[in-house]
Ligand binder design. Sequence first.
Ligand code: SOE
Length: 385
Amino acid sequence: MKPKEQAGGQQRNYRVALLGTKFMGKAHSQAYRNVNMYFADAPRVEQVVLCGRNPEETEQARDAYGWQEASTDWREVVTRDDIDIVDVVTPGHMHCEMVLAAAAAGKDIVCEKPLANTLDEAERMVAAVEAAGVRHLIMHNYRRVPAVALAKRMLEDGRIGDVYHFRARYLQDWALSPELELVWRFDAKQAGSGALGDLGAHVIDLGRYLCGEISELAATCETFIKRRPASAGSSEMGDVTVDDATALCVRFENGAIGTIEASRFAPGRKNHNTFEINGSKGSLTFDLENLNNLRYYSVDDAGDAQGFREIIACSLGKHPYADNWWFDGHILGYEHTFTHTVYDWLQALTSGAAVHPSFYDGLKNQQVLDAASRAAESRRWESVA
Ligand code: SOE
């Protein structure tokens, strides 16, 4: 659906409804709020309505995040004529129903990762947006860390040569305490999976984005704390029904091989999304906990100066998105990646250019997640297709 036209056919604005108010609601809200301040050529964004479950909490979030209206009725909101974009940031078990409703209403759609809780849901979501002819984006924001976008550019320029390895880990440690209650992320009905879908989906997307499609994999997973308090401080216990950690061995269609790990049980690793790519002409390493930097090794560096270079990827005129922020070395953060993604999304909506990552990427990601679950069960190599 095209936004309201301004006299003379100019693009007027994109009116957004955001479904979800928690962590991702805040991250996406700041992107809509900031994109026009930092990206002068971005189409105008109007934060029209924020949807949540609890009226008081949703009203507080509306006020804090800068939305015009608050609602607890997402079904009504997605049908409104004054909404162009629906952005779904709720827990995974709500993604499918919300996306199907927004697609039926002809809205362009953003959805948080992973796309769905099951492969079947992901397939239905892709079919729905295709039938509706709407545009769609999955918020794999780490593609638009400037250092990651630089890695992509260097790979495309051939500076790393033929890729041999993609070695990635996404490690956190917030689930270590057995006292932590059964939040929704420990419930397969709400989250689909645990570390695999929450963290693994990110590194799978980076692997696909930087190295190509994954053809087959072996997997193992573990739930280290199998029962947790049903609610904070409760003596009643309940079952954890998702993985606390998953490890994959993967083969790419282009012949590269790799390992992918996702864990919430790595003490000291707070948001350690890291990869290393080794190729015929060099290597790249990245660590989200040091997200402005990309480390690069070139086989062409001669003599006693050979070694990994530390690139601070936020220099004007050199690095992706850098010209829209500050001067060289005035580093960026986690939230900027959402603003970059929203900017590129709005530009694509306006120009009609391809969006990445789209729900097609989300479906491919879901196929890898599904293969990983099958492989962990079968203890055999499983093909992804
Ligand atoms: C998990 O703690 C989490 O919030 C993920 O769900 C997000 O996708 C990631 O960006 C940060 O960590």
